[in-house]
Design a protein around this ligand. Sequence first.
Ligand code: ATP
Ligand code: MG
Length: 444
Amino acid sequence: MKSILIIDDDPLIRKTLSTHLSKEGYDIYLAETGNEGINAYEDRSPDLVILDIRLPDIDGLETMQRIKEKSHGATVIIITAYDDMKTTVEAIKLGAFEYLVKPLDFVDLELTIDKAFQMKSLEEKLSYLVAEKEKEYTIDNIVGRSPQMRNVFKMIGSVAITRTNILIQGESGTGKELVAKAIHFNSPFSKEPFIVINCSAISDTLLESELFGHVKGAFTDAVTETKGKFEIAGKGTLFLDEIGDMSKNLQSKLMRVIETRDFMKVGGEKILKTEARIIAASNKKLKVLVDKGLFREDLYYRLKVVEIELPPLRERKEDIPDLVVYLLEKINLEIRKNVRKVPPQVMKLLTNLPWKGNVRELENALTRAVILAKGDVILQENLPIERGERDLLPKELIPLKNVERSYIQHVLSATKGNKTQTSQILKISRPTLDKKIREYKLNL
Ligand SMILES: Nc1ncnc2c1ncn2[C@@H]1O[C@H](COP(=O)(O)OP(=O)(O)OP(=O)(O)O)[C@@H](O)[C@H]1O
Ligand SMILES: [Mg+2]
């Protein structure tokens, strides 16, 4: 319920206002003097203040100032018998939301109160957005302290100021686009566009016109002339994602642009120049595609003037705890929750899962766990481990041979010590089973 503090020395006004506004569903606090009002504001933190100008101790304007010193965002509606310009101007200048003259019109007052609350919620949303934006830029958004990632950071630093073509390779979800952006935003051309184009998502014809633009009538759907990404990118960056999926035909066209720096729109005759830097990315190893004859070797060498290889997450497990903390912060901001606690055993589990989809998969798993969380803790049961698999997992993280030992014992007990059956179920030979029974000192 919203609350309103009424500061007025006139008992009649206090009474009528409080009766009326509590009927409207507000919680009402009352004060008779400026100082009393300031104290009440501090004690109660009301959502809104209705304030008289003439008060027995300090006047309304000073009272408002003092309240605003305590809480910058306080919303104050002034009600007064003075309707002179000077006081009005002064009140508004000092940040009063509205200035109503007595005798009060209740309809007017209600409308003003509604407006004030709408404004307040808008302001709250805005300040939230501002805080979020600031965060986006202040947080170092590539997380990692592993030697491999430190190397990547060094590479970003050294290539950012150059204009060379860069090839970023790595499994899906390892952060290729993130690295490309970091290079762009650390370059002297960071104010120029960063343009992403996915070479696998669209048809060959469409991709060609996306890259180079087309003139009117170049093909059936070309009703107007368009600019291609090479032109739009200006001196910025053109990020060619999934370059491995580009057709041989387009590969030759791209090769030409890289060599000559000029190109023509589809169906056009005018030669255009491009100054964009090209960063290409691929989750398939381009070298392998080259060896299979699917990717032009000359283009490969042109693109990989500098090569950045992003390691899979499972090869840099030490980065996972930092990533978990960072991603949780990001996710909570995005979906406006506050699930930031990760029990040690859950963190251990997160660190040891294989994460075939790398950071993206980790991010998705955490998002799901945050959404499903009832309190503020990430729970193991909300992590996407196959149910059957999870049920087999011991509660604690223990050495592999302990798991093997207790599982063999489990099957032996279930078969009442029948070694033939046990070895069949476990799909191991009898001699191997015998060896393990001796080694683990199992009971038959
Ligand atoms: N080191 C990192 N620190 C923080 N966030 C990361 C890191 N690596 C990846 N991410 C996040 O993981 C997600 C996937 O990253 P990105 O899109 O850059 O991967 P990708 O390699 O381009 O994947 P794909 O091959 O699937 O396109 C993004 O939300 C990104 O912000
Ligand atoms: Mg990508």
